[in-house]
Design a protein around this ligand. Structure first.
Ligand code: FO1
Length: 313
């Protein structure tokens, strides 16, 4: 079984390639839940839903999040009532949040709720929230702290990030399902998600960083930084303002001691010796997944890389 650690859109694409490429579909995706928030009383889990919709084959191809062909009638009506509608929830997407919130209110844990939703959408893989407790990323900016979606969606990631805080992380515990998945995993793949606010919270769940650090399987990360730029989102600006190298090397340095191998894009091939000096192997591959074939190609290269690492132990 393969475990993938993932945030939103970039992570979901590689998870999808792994899902389609693995003959037994023996995949568990551990997703960041520190982007989760309450919206008009409904619990929204953007990264878990992005992974779920992508694996179900119903994600909006234009945005990567939300559902293909969704309409926005309910949101339009909320706007007519004078409510703030900067967070674009489509009508079908809304049903996910209603169904999830109903189950959470009845006392079900998020892990079980996501399993129920994913199974209803016909997904064979496991999509596991990093924990069942609510955790919320707060972005520290010169103007003060911002809730993650306020920073990301409402203010278009325009603020300088001086730090991040994962509120509630001390109370979080790895779930039984996450512990079982990591115990059984032959390999752990860090998807090309933001290392600070997507993979960061997963590793910050008490105990998880240590479990990955001493994991006996192959541990491989795919850089979300290509040619010194994030493929999407604010990872490049965040790395810079937080004092990290804005490159695949900078990402590798953040994962030092946690991964055996780093997958970097062809345009970054020259960084390989510096990354190898961190004590990891490097695979140079086409990491920009422009279509379904690109996802499965990268996934197969990542899996081969994992096997190579395991075979030379
Ligand atoms: N991202 C946006 O940039 N704008 C939106 O209006 C937006 C709505 C949205 C609704 C549901 C959902 O599951 C995700 C949504 N996202 C939206 C994506 C999401 O908030 C971010 O991409 C992640 O939190 C970062 O991984």
């Amino acid at each position: 079984m393969i475990v993938a650690l993932a945030g939103g859109v970039g992570g979901a694409k590689l998870a999808d390639g792994l899902y389609r490429g693995l003959p037994s579909r023996d995949l568990t995706v551990i997703v960041n839940t520190a982007d989760d928030f309450d919206w008009f009383g409904l619990r929204i889990c953007p990264d878990a839903d992005t992974v779920m919709y992508t694996l179900a084959g119903i994600a909006n191809p234009a945005t990567g999040w939300g559902i293909a062909g969704d309409t926005f009638e309910a949101l339009g009506m909320l706007g007519r009532y004078g409510r703030d509608v900067w967070f674009q929830v489509g009508d079908r997407d809304l049903a996910t949040h209603v169904a999830r919130t109903e189950r959470l209110r009845s006392g079900m844990g998020l892990t079980d709720v996501m399993a129920e939703l994913a199974s209803a959408l016909g997904i064979d893989a496991k999509i596991l929230p990093m924990c069942d407790e609510p955790v919320a990323t707060e972005v520290l900016t010169p103007g003060g702290p911002l809730d993650f979606q306020e920073y990301f969606v409402h203010r278009h990631q325009s603020d300088t990030v001086n730090g991040v805080v994962f509120r509630g992380i001390e109370q979080a515990r790895p779930t039984g399902a996450v512990l079982r998945a990591l115990t059984e995993a032959r390999a752990v793949v860090f998807c090309p998600s933001n290392p600070i606010v997507s993979i960061g919270p997963i590793l910050a769940v008490p105990g998880l960083r240590e479990l990955v650090a001493r994991h006996p399987g192959a541990r491989v990360a795919v850089s979300p930084i290509v040619g010194g730029r994030a493929l999407r989102g604010p990872a490049d600006r965040m790395l810079e303002s937080l004092g990290h190298d804005v490159s695949a090397y900078g990402v590798a340095a953040l994962y030092q001691g946690l991964v055996d191998g780093m997958v970097i894009d062809e345009v970054d091939a020259a960084l390989a010796p510096r990354i190898e000096a961190l004590g990891m192997r490097v695979l140079v591959a086409p990491t920009v997944m422009v279509d379904a074939a690109g996802r499965t190609l990268l996934a197969s290269k990542v899996l081969d890389f994992c096997e190579q690492i395991l075979s030379t132990r």
